[in-house]
Every structure is written in C-alpha cells, then in structure tokens.
Design a protein around this ligand. Structure first.
Ligand SMILES: Nc1ncnc2c1ncn2[C@@H]1O[C@H](COP(=O)(O)OP(=O)(O)OP(=O)(O)O)[C@@H](O)[C@H]1O
Ligand SMILES: [Mg+2]
Length: 316
C-alpha cells in the first residue's frame, strides 16, 4: 500500500529526511503503521510528501499503487489526511465544512449525507456539529479534521500526531477508533509517544534526524527498549556484601548503590537476556536481608533513541 524508496528532502541546507526506504501496509506489517520519532525527526515532512502536499528532492514513493509525484490525483482520491494542525475554515460550521469537503470529493448529495452522518458518529461530533469551527476547542477541531480524513472512506489514511491536544478520554477513544479503522483501512500515523504506538500499531518505524533507526513489530521494539531498562531494588544489609552478591548473579552487568535512610538503593543493569527479579529475590531471602522495593525502571523513549543512535554510529 505504501512504498518508499530512497526518499530525500532538504529545506535549504537542512536535510529533513535522508534516504528513507520502507514499505508498509502489507501482510507482514499489518494495517496500522506507527512512524515514531522525536521532534524534528522528519515525520511530518514524510507524511506531507506521501500525501502529495510537497515534493521530495529525490527518491520514489507510491501509495495505493500510484506514484505520489506523477499520479498525485489518483493518490489524493485514495487517501485521507489529518495534518499536524488541521487547516479548517473558522467561519464555517463543522457540518457545512464536511459537506463542502464532500463536494470537493465529488460525492453526490445522498452519499454526502450518509458520509457526514457516518463520520459524525465515528468522531463524536454530535455535540458541536452545528457550531462554527472557529469557536471549537483544539481537541474538537482535531476531531473535525479526523472526520474530514475519513469522509470519502479512503483505503489509506495518514494521521499526523492524531492524539495531540486531546484530553485523556478522547485520546483513549481516538486510539480505539484507529484500531477499528485498521480492520478496513491502512493507517499510517506519526507519534512521538512510544506507549501510543505500542498500544495501537501493528508495525513501528522509528525515525530520528531524518533516518530510519529501527523498525519492527511493537513487541520487538519493547523488547529492545526493556533491554536497556534497570531494576531498582531497595535492600537492607551490609552495602558491600549486597553489591558484590548481586553483581555475581548471572546476567548482571553493573550495579550502582546509593545509601538511603539506612537502606541500599540498587540500580541493577542486566544484559537483558532474562528476567533477574526472581534471582534477586532468592538472594535476598537466602541471605536473610530485607527487601522493601523492587521495580523495573523502564528506559524512556529518549534513552531508546540515544541507545539506537549510538548502536547505529558504532555499526557504521
Ligand atoms: N517548511 C519548512 N521549512 C524549513 N524547514 C522545515 C520545514 N518543515 C520542517 N522543517 C525542518 O525539517 C526537519 C524535520 O521536520 P518535521 O516537521 O518533518 O519533523 P517532525 O518529525 O514532524 O517533528 P515534530 O515532532 O516536531 O512535529 C526539522 O529540522 C525542521 O526544522
Ligand atoms: Mg511533525
């Protein structure tokens, strides 16, 4: 559904995306593809190119079987696009706007009526469909933008940070909606929230600095991230004996110890090959020490980006 090869785009001398190659929306990736990356990674630039809103400097890309550069009208008919900030007309009411957009898609009146009704329900616009868009909150406008993207029931839907600006309830509802969309559409969404793409995507592409750093199923990605996580354990007893005993456990690579109101707060790094929690617990129990806390400190997305960026530069 989405094929990208050697796509590069500069803004002046700034290379926003650098030789991107990926394919998405096939059997191997599933239908919901997350484009995950920090600010400035090149997510919106890539989406704007794939939705025919801007050209690339080089490379090729096709969506739904059509070339985004030479067959842009064919692509546009088959895609829905929710941009980062939806460009809506403030003086129009949401209903009028959706009808206007339906006309642009050349939908006949009965089809348009049915489509507006469908997206109104799907995107929960019922409460404010007849209010001027200019008076709507950011989250409400985001939902109108989403309704617009779904209006002509396109096979491929691009959503640029779809949950930004929504409250927690709406975020949950939107994620549910996206998951449902995956049953009949290919959805390509950008996000900088690791947890979000883990929850809803069938395939994740990690980008930073305009390059792809990793891609795979969310579970594979979580595994790589949790490999960089640390175990925090608070144990009472002689610090030196505790540190040396924990260090000797199989798989443990490093132990930092901090004294905290009579307890030792250990940060234990392991090689990620297995779960060491049970071994730590057994050790504490065998030695007759006390344990008051044990938890996994999951590496943040930033840690993950730093880690895989470092892996990439040493691999080069
Ligand atoms: N219209 C533009 N003119 C000049 N530079 C731009 C333009 N749009 C993006 N850039 C630059 O291109 C790079 C990639 O930006 P892009 O907006 O694609 O990133 P992003 O991953 O969407 O980031 P964010 O998470 O902040 O939305 C950044 O360095 C940005 O400053
Ligand atoms: Mg962006």
């Amino acid at each position: 559904m989405i094929e990208v090869k050697n796509l590069t785009k500069h803004y002046g001398s700034n290379r926003a995306i650098d030789n991107l190659t990926f394919s998405a929306g096939s059997e191997s990736t599933g239908n919901i593809i997350g484009f995950l990356g920090p600010n400035g990674a090149g997510k919106s630039t890539t989406i704007r190119i794939l939705t025919c809103f801007q050209p690339a400097d080089s490379g090729v890309a096709s969506v739904a079987g059509y070339n985004v550069f030479s067959q842009s009208m064919d692509v546009r008919r088959r895609i829905g696009y929710l941009p980062e900030s939806a460009p809506l007309y403030g003086e129009m009411r949401a209903r009028e706007y959706l009808h206007f957009r339906g006309k642009l898609h050349r939908m006949a009146k009965p089809d348009r009526d049915a489509a507006v009704k469908r997206v109104t329900e799907r995107c929960w616009l019922g409460d404010f469909i007849d209010r001027p868009i200019g008076q709507l909150s950011k989250g409400m406008r985001q939902r109108v933008g989403l309704a617009d993207a779904l209006l002509h029931d396109p096979p491929v839907i691009f959503l640029d940070e779809p949950t930004i600006g929504l409250d927690p309830v709406q975020i949950r509802e939107t994620r549910k909606l996206i998951r449902n969309l995956g049953d009949h559409h290919v959805v390509f969404l950008s996000s900088h929230i690791l947890h979000e793409v883990e929850q809803i995507c069938t395939h994740v592409i990690v980008v930073a600095g305009g390059r792809i750093l990793a891609s795979g199923a969310p579970a594979e990605l979580s595994e790589r991230i949790s490999a960089g996580s640390r175990l925090i354990a608070e144990i009472k007893g002689d610090s030196e004996s505790i540190v040396s005993a924990v260090k000797s456990l199989s798989g443990v690579e490093n132990v930092d110890c901090e004294r905290l109101d009579g307890w030792n707060r250990l940060a234990i790094e392991s090689n990620g090959a297995g779960d060491i929690r049970e071994d730590v617990f057994k050790l504490v129990s065998d030695k007759g020490w006390s344990l008051r806390e044990m938890r996994r400190e999951v590496a943040s997305l930033e840690d993950f980006f730093i880690k895989i960026t470092a892996e990439q530069s040493t691999a080069r």
